[in-house]
Write a protein that binds this ligand. Structure first.
Ligand code: LLP
Length: 408
């Protein structure tokens, strides 16, 4: 970096002065760019035959959902009743929302049926419960192929809790005989699929298309949902998918298997649409050197961005300003009382106390996975639109954190 870092010309230190530190900041232009890139690439191969559903678990701020809606995203993949509510509030229609909860309660099933959203079910036992409602469902399959940047996000194969294995195909046909209509098939193999994963990914897609056309009897088939998982770069050496190429390969497979019936294809990207737009800004409070390491201690941490602690994920961290000090190898940490509260290990940084650091790719699974551990507030969220900052979520307060406590 040869100049100070800005977000649509806004200076991180000024944002922090105005709205407090730490702070989540989203650049609307980047969200629009990502929506545009993926919807255009999909259209290039499938024309009107495919739609993008945003997997909103990546970031559920309603303003973000609205931006997606205005930029070509057709619907939402929701995984809880609250996500469904946020999607409806953002203006999506019930038939544009898939509800992909796992191990649903009776209340959740009834909620989804009453709202008229598209149910996506991944367990035989849940399908049996749906006989009573003669429900229409997409079913989530586990076709033995999982991909992902970490075991925790690998959602296919024998070690994954998700999806129905084809060894249950007799039961599936029995459940259909009893009145459940299977209107779609779904598979989500995992998260952060990169160029290197294409062969296994396409194999998984082919298995899904084979299941739809050769393995299962599906007279009501309307949808084929290939899940999300499209990666973005967190480190320089990583190679992302060329989406035009990937979707054209998927289209070739689609044309090979779907000769008569042409189900609508859904994709459900989360990370791809929102990761790169988001930055977590935090301020260096103290630098602490012990015999082997120098720790750059910030006012944020694993409670605001748990990905490094949970998956050992790499997030680029830069100083928001050009510095005239010597670079050194440091470990950036937070203020949580756990030794695993590290945001970046062994980074080469020019850094001093009071500097504002910018943690990149914070838009996906940042705020949405944050917590109040150590009874700390979550940061405010700011949207930068036309080079102006707007608060889209206020910083929490102690009153907010204690609102549901009952003192005896
Ligand atoms: N569809 C389904 C059914 C999913 O389970 C997921 C993610 C997605 C779509 C969206 O996946 P994406 O396009 O964002 O990769 N917290 C993890 C990622 C967990 C993803 C879980 N399911 C992380 O921070 O890497």
């Amino acid at each position: 970096m040869d100049s100070d870092f800005t977000i649509q010309n806004l200076i991180p230190k000024s944002l922090v002065q105005e709205f407090g530190s730490p702070l989540y900041v989203y650049d609307e232009e980047i969200i629009k760019r990502q929506c545009q890139t993926i919807t255009t690439a999909l259209k290039n191969s499938f024309d009107q035959g495919a739609k993008v559903l945003y997997a909103c678990k990546a970031n559920t701020n309603p303003n973000i959902l609205k931006i997606m809606r205005s930029n070509g995203v057709h619907g939402i993949d929701a995984v809880s009743p609250n996500e469904v509510e946020v999607a409806l509030q953002a203006g999506f229609l019930n038939n544009q929302i898939t509800y992909t909860a796992n191990y649903m309660t009776k209340e959740e099933i009834e909620y989804a049926i009453q709202k008229g959203v598209i149910l996506n079910v991944g367990e035989i036992d849940t399908l049996k419960k749906l006989i009573a409602y003669q429900a229409e469902v997409i079913i989530r399959l586990n076709l033995d192929i999982g991909i992902g940047h970490h075991n925790h996000v690998n959602t296919g194969g024998n070690d994954s809790k998700f999806g129905i294995n084809l060894m249950w195909k007799e039961q599936l046909s029995e459940i259909q005989k009893q009145g459940v209509k299977i209107i779609g098939l779904h598979q989500h193999m995992g998260s952060k699929i990169m160029k290197k994963d294409h062969d296994s990914y396409l194999l998984g897609i082919e298995k899904l298309f084979q299941a739809a056309t050769q393995e299962l009897e599906l007279p009501y088939l309307k949808y084929i949902d290939i899940g999300g998982g499209f990666g973005v770069k967190y480190q320089d050496y990583e190679e992302t998918s060329d989406l035009n190429l990937l979707f054209s390969e998927i289209k070739k497979l689609y044309d090979k298997y779907f000769i008569n019936v042409k189900p609508m294809l859904f994709i459900e990207p989360g990370r791809y649409l929102i990761a790169e737009s988001g930055y977590l800004l935090c301020t260096v409070q103290a630098i602490n050197t012990n015999k082997s390491r120098t720790f750059v201690g910030t006012d944020s941490g694993m409670h605001h961005l748990i990905r490094p602690a949970l998956y050992e994920s790499y997030h680029e961290i830069i100083n928001s300003e050009q510095k005239q000090v010597e670079p050194r190898i440091v470990t950036v940490c937070g203020n949580i009382c756990e030794s695993g509260d590290l945001l970046g290990v062994d980074r080469n940084l020019k850094v001093e106390v009071s500097d504002v650091l910018v943690i990149q790719n914070g838009g996906a699974y940042g705020f949405s996975m944050s917590s109040n551990y150590n009874l700390r507030e979550r940061p405010a969220e700011i949207l930068v639109r036309d080079s102006k900052p707007y608060i889209i979520r206020k910083r929490e307060t102690l009153d907010y954190l204690l609102a549901n406590v009952v003192i005896l």
